[in-house]
Design a protein around this ligand. Structure first.
Ligand SMILES: Cc1cc2nc3c(=O)[nH]c(=O)nc-3n(C[C@H](O)[C@H](O)[C@H](O)COP(=O)(O)OP(=O)(O)OC[C@H]3O[C@@H](n4cnc5c(N)ncnc54)[C@H](O)[C@@H]3O)c2cc1C
Length: 291
């Protein structure tokens, strides 16, 4: 069917609250027909294809309380913070390097100037690039509604492709990551069809390596775009812990991640391709981490 992508095909009431209180009041009053618009880089293409319907749309990028980077104790990021602002943060680049790399890998600069981190999370697309990086940093999400709030781990927030536990009337306020202890190095790698593309596979890896003995103290791995959501890979993490870094450990680590594909997409036509791609990506990620 031909779709005219220049027009939005249905009518809705548009709101532009300036404060969080105003936004939460609107969300409460007009639920369930009111939906949230941040950068619109996921919402608008969906609306043009009639895949996103609402009676009311509430734009949240004018709300100052939702746009901030606070690295005084761990890392806290407001949900409506632009990806391009996060990309420029020297603290994120230095300490939460995988997140920096994941953000740099999203679309082109024009997209990162519009898009928000909260939109990337709440859209809950299986290849969302920030999600594996946030998972290895044990991100927690603060959800707020009129008269209440709750904090949930990211790994429980996304339940499947474009599925989250967010309730009508709730809004993602911020993302919180604990302070990093030790010398955790991290990186993010992505395989796409072309350079500006959503991921076919993405992966975030972190390790704390004892320099004197060249031994991995702890490791963290998260894999995205394989299955309906990104997830941590505890078996692969355990395999690395306590091992000396050498070629055989890297190969064993890469091999262990291929079995995650067997579990996540059993019988899928892309399984043989994804197994081999994951293996190579895991090797690249680990070598990148060490370099
Ligand atoms: C050309 C192009 C290239 C892209 N490339 C990539 C890529 O390489 N990697 C990648 O991961 N993504 C990519 N994307 C997808 C998109 O840019 C990201 O997912 C982006 O981060 C979405 O943020 P946004 O602010 O635009 O969200 P929006 O489109 O405004 O919202 C997305 C969803 O989240 C909800 N939402 C937003 N904020 C909140 C909140 N605070 N609380 C509750 N719900 C909220 C909205 O209601 C909507 O359901 C691309 C998109 C385009 C158009």
């Amino acid at each position: 069917m031909h779709t005219n992508t220049r027009i939005l095909a249905h009518n809705f009431v548009y709101h532009e609250p300036k404060t969080l209180d105003e936004a939460l009041t609107l969300l409460d009053k007009h639920k369930p027909g009111i939906k949230i618009l941040a950068g619109g880089t996921d919402v608008l293409p969906k609306m043009k294809r009639n895949h996103f319907e609402c009676e009311r749309l509430m734009y949240i990028k004018n709300i100052k309380e939702l746009s901030f980077i606070d690295n005084s104790n761990g890392l806290k990021i407001g949900a409506a913070t632009l990806l391009s602002d996060l990309e420029k943060s020297p603290e994120i680049k230095q300490n939460y390097h995988a997140l920096h790399e994941a953000i740099k890998a999203i679309g082109a600069i024009a997209i990162r100037n519009m898009a928000t981190i909260g939109g990337n999370i709440c859209n809950a697309a299986p290849p969302a690039d920030t999600v594996p990086a946030l998972l290895i940093f044990d991100a927690q999400l603060k959800l707020v509604k009129l008269g209440g709030e709750r904090t949930v781990p990211l790994n429980q927030f996304i339940t499947g492709a474009e599925q989250t536990i967010i309730e009508h009337g709730e809004l993602l306020h911020s993302i919180e990551m604990p302070e990093l202890t030790g010398g955790l190095l991290s990186t993010f790698v992505k395989l796409g069809r072309v350079s500006v593309d959503t991921a076919r596979i993405n992966m975030a890896v972190a390790a704390d390596i004892d320099g004197s003995s060249n031994t991995i103290k702890t490791a963290r791995v998260a894999l995205g775009a394989v299955g309906t959501k990104a997830y941590r890979c505890p078996d692969s993490e355990a395999l690395l812990a306590g091992k000396k870094v050498d070629e055989s450990v890297i190969l064993a680590f890469a091999d262990s991640l291929t079995s995650v594909c067997d579990y996540a997409i059993p019988g899928r036509y892309s399984l043989p391709y994804k197994r081999e791609a994951v293996r190579k990506l895991a090797e690249d990620a680990f070598k990148q981490l060490l370099s």
